[in-house]
Ligand binder design. Sequence first.
Ligand code: AMP
Ligand code: GLY
Length: 423
Amino acid sequence: MRVLVVGSGGREHALCWSLAASPLLTKLWCAPGNPGIAQVAERVPIGVLDFPALVAFAQDNEIDLVVPGPEAPLVAGIADAMEAASIPCIGPSLAAAQLEGSKSYTKELCDAAGIPTAHWERFDDAEAAREFVRRRGTPIVVKADGLTAGKGVVVAATEDAALAAIEAVMEARAFGEAGAAVVIEECLTGEEVSLFALCDGETALSLGAAQDHKRVGEGETGANTGGMGAYSPTPSFPQALQEAAMAGIIRPALAEMVRRGTPFRGILYAGLMLTAEGVKLIEFNVRFGDPECQALLPRLMSDLLPALQAAYDGELENFDLRWNDIASIAVVMAARGYPEAPERGSEIRGLDLAAAMPSVQVFHAGTEADSDGHVRASGGRVLNVCATGVDVQAARDAAYAAVRLIDWPEGFCRQDIGWRALR
Ligand code: AMP
Ligand code: GLY
């Protein structure tokens, strides 16, 4: 098979690394990729939203399967663009990607399908939103309805913070049209976990669960980020609870999408809260988590490529995935200043030393090579240092040993990834 992965982050590096091991693979490309991805795939200099160029490339190179990684191309309709050119693409249609593209769409679907989630209301009038906050009191959660790369959510402890969020999202339009409406919801308390499922429209196959670390600082302090590290398996979200969430959250969502005539095909990501009243949905995403993907794929024993193909073909019903009974961890190394203002351009050394450690993989997330071939930081989250081990402690020890071999004074990482599993 000739496969094109779309994206340039650590998640896409992990996807490429996993696909490159498939005996079914003839050739792997990645658009636009990064210097780490270049070790396992050929880079294609096309941006993730340039659909005409991606379609032309896929046609010229007789691509058998397109695998988009990030939400932006999915929510912009990459699967439809490929479909229109008869190119197989494993990802949801534009209509099904509303599960990530619109918060109110998902909340309304939850109510229709009986999926447990926080109580909510949608407002397209700022004064009505303010009135609701004053009436309901705090804590309360204010979310831009549209796509904001995870930045449009404020968990407000005070009324002032909630009112300021409404002002920023709806009136100052801090996130543009994504803030034309807000969803205001009940604040849930508990531990957050991520559950992933590969879906073919009708059938969902679990891709396992992982726990992310969203805050930039140790002990869950500081600014929210895209995720500073992840690990799997998750002791606080054992197999039985995962199966209950597949049955009570993922499968009802798929059934409701079929009922609406917009079946979901691709990877469905359920962001969950383990509350005192049971597991509740915080949000759906229509893609693998980043860095959860980097922690999960090293545990996958089965070949990823035929699984993605079966999902595309609607044949997951008789498909099975096997997982290694080991622990895995991904530690994110970020550029100084992340998330507010990451410094770009610093050189990173020692990557080969770290990658040579047994059971360690170093995925590139935000790197570029300069004209001399030196690897330099080019984004906020820059590297994902991943390791497996017999348990989370062993995986974590190996990952941090690899981190110490990386010579990058301008980078930092949290030292406590996986702490909840080691309590
Ligand atoms: P979202 O973009 O919807 O995943 O929200 C980003 C983050 O905000 C989540 O990962 C949670 O930590 C937090 N959050 C979102 N909704 C709620 C809620 N209803 N209650 C408590 N925390 C929430
Ligand atoms: N790690 C969170 C996300 O991928 O959205």
